[in-house]
Write a protein that binds this ligand. Structure first.
Ligand code: SF4
Length: 322
């Protein structure tokens, strides 16, 4: 399988548990097709479906497997009716064999609750009671190998805040891949950081400053190493929830770029709209739309380069619900 990153194509490569795309690969011969993923995200993402259990040669249908806490307190992935049938090593090896195409991905959507693909709170069985404290074997390896990769479960995409956060990170890392594909450079890193300043501020104010220091200390000699550190910390900052308070600070900061252009009543209306967002009377898209309207009339080079007001396609309607 390949996940080539072609800057000329607009579809973003995303790994996905095959069953979520309607492929009949589950133990019972069924699938778990997910309408939002297939029809809405499918307009923007180039899905790379993969079923680790099928990849290691387990047929369809097959006996189900589960996570099992053994007598040595190790979590293993075993057959439900025979804990001696242990698939853990084969699933781990299978994950390791996928590194080449996985490394080009901009995100991964995994099936919740699966002992293979589940990202969190997967049931771990023992002789007494199952506890929701496990991570699927394949997903665990994925997280270890690609700590910066946005990974989300299909079940959590129903939450508007988690959904926006995941898609925000997917588009951010896509821009990072495009930046790298164009040729890593110190000036490119400076531009990347500047164009993501407002997004970073909305997620984690302190990370913007720390990453700024890293960029300021970057030279041709340490560029490769610093870029790796940058990506890890950048993606970790974006994973933090963008709070309403942080968004208000950013909106007011942007408002400052219009202070010499707007009439007093327009300024007042803009500030009132930001206040309406702060108190939860309107969603984020409302002040963003008004700001975009004013910047079309009074363009600003810095704001034009910033991704804050256009982080992903408008038709995804993500800012309408946060
Ligand atoms: S959850 Fe993962 S392992 Fe299970 S059927 Fe879906 S893709 Fe295959």
């Amino acid at each position: 399988m390949q996940a080539d990153l072609n800057p000329a194509t607009s579809l973003i490569p995303i790994g996905i548990s095959s069953c979520l795309l309607g492929e009949r690969v589950r133990y019972d011969g069924g699938h778990k097709s997910h309408s939002y993923v297939m029809h809405t995200l499918g307009e923007h993402f180039d899905f790379k479906p993969f079923c680790p259990e099928v990849a290691i040669g387990l047929g369809v249908p097959r006996k189900p497997i589960r996570l099992w806490r053994n007598a040595k307190n190790e979590t293993r992935c075993v057959s439900v009716d025979n804990s001696n049938l242990d698939f853990t090593d084969r699933l781990q090896d299978c994950s390791d064999d996928q590194l080449s195409w996985l490394s080009n991905l901009c995100g991964y959507i995994v099936k919740k609750d699966s002992p293979t693909c589940g990202m969190e709170r997967v049931k771990v069985w023992d002789d007494i009671m199952p506890k929701r404290e496990g991570v699927g074997v394949y997903a665990k390896r994925l997280i270890e190998k690609f700590p910066y990769l946005p990974i989300e479960e299909e079940g959590r995409l129903g939450d508007s805040i988690l959904r926006e956060n995941f898609i925000q990170r997917v588009f951010a890392i896509h821009r990072w891949h495009l930046f790298k594909a164009a040729g890593l450079s110190v000036s490119g890193l400076i531009d990347f950081h500047a164009s993501h300043k407002l997004i970073l501020m909305s997620h984690d104010q302190s990370s913007y400053g720390k990453l700024g220091q890293l960029v300021a200390g970057t030279t041709k000699e340490n560029l490769r190493k610093n870029s790796e550190i940058y990506l890890l910390n950048f993606m970790s900052a974006l994973k933090k929830r963008a709070t309403r308070g942080n968004q208000v600070n950013v909106l007011q900061h942007i408002h400052g770029y219009l202070k010499n252009s707007l009439h007093a009543d327009d300024k007042e209306e803009l500030l009132q709209t930001i206040e309406n967002y702060r108190i939860g009377h309107v969603p984020l898209i409302v002040p963003i739309t008004l700001l975009n309207h004013y910047f079309r009339k009074y363009p600003n080079t810095y704001i034009a380069k910033s991704w804050y007001m256009k982080p992903y396609p408008l038709e995804l309607c993500l800012q309408n619900r946060i």
